[in-house]
Ligand binder design. Sequence first.
Ligand SMILES: Cc1cc2nc3c(=O)[nH]c(=O)nc-3n(C[C@H](O)[C@H](O)[C@H](O)COP(=O)(O)O)c2cc1C
Length: 212
Amino acid sequence: MSDKSVALAITGASGALYAVRTLAELLSRGLNVELVVSDYGRRLLRDELGDEATLDKIVPYLSAKYGAAVAEGSLVVHSNRDLGATIASGSHQCAAMAIVPCSMKTLAGIAHGLSRNLVERAADVMLKERRRLVIVPRETPMSLPALRNMVLCAEAGAMIVPAMPAFYQQPRSLDDLADFMAGKILSALGFEHTLYPHWTGKVESDRSSASE
Ligand SMILES: Cc1cc2nc3c(=O)[nH]c(=O)nc-3n(C[C@H](O)[C@H](O)[C@H](O)COP(=O)(O)O)c2cc1C
């Protein structure tokens, strides 16, 4: 996959920390990441992570938080209004796409093939080209339309990876929860990773008590 790019979309659902953790991990692997952020995605970056994490400052933010390895990759930022961007075409070699987090509005647009903006169009390209599309929806509780839209996307070939971190990894911080979700997203995109310890059959506390 190294000669190809990976698309990442950030939309206006809660969970900006998952998005930046995923972006940092993709860049640290030396990948070319094609990023598109909806208007409300931009707002969520600022509202949840602060002024230093706005889109225009995202690379220095990632370097400061996740380390200099993010410079190994390359980042192209597309406008969500640019339906002529590379990732709007199936002829462009974009191997996979993740939408982190995915709002119920964008989910609906993908489920119904609306292609109203670049996020929805690029997702539709992934589906029609039979490439990996990873959707990370975030809402609670979920309406029946949202549930049905997830089924439609799954039937069309997308992988639905809800923003539901687990607790058996004994997380100690929000970053631990973000690592877990980013790891799940990386796995769904087809990458191996060490973002969380793989399940061994025992939780960490069991392991320590077993060795006592
Ligand atoms: C602070 C804030 C949090 C939001 N959280 C969610 C959410 O978790 N899930 C969701 O579906 N919409 C959420 N919304 C609403 C979406 O941002 C809104 O529907 C928007 O139109 C989505 O557009 P987009 O998909 O183009 O980003 C939130 C909005 C705000 C301002």
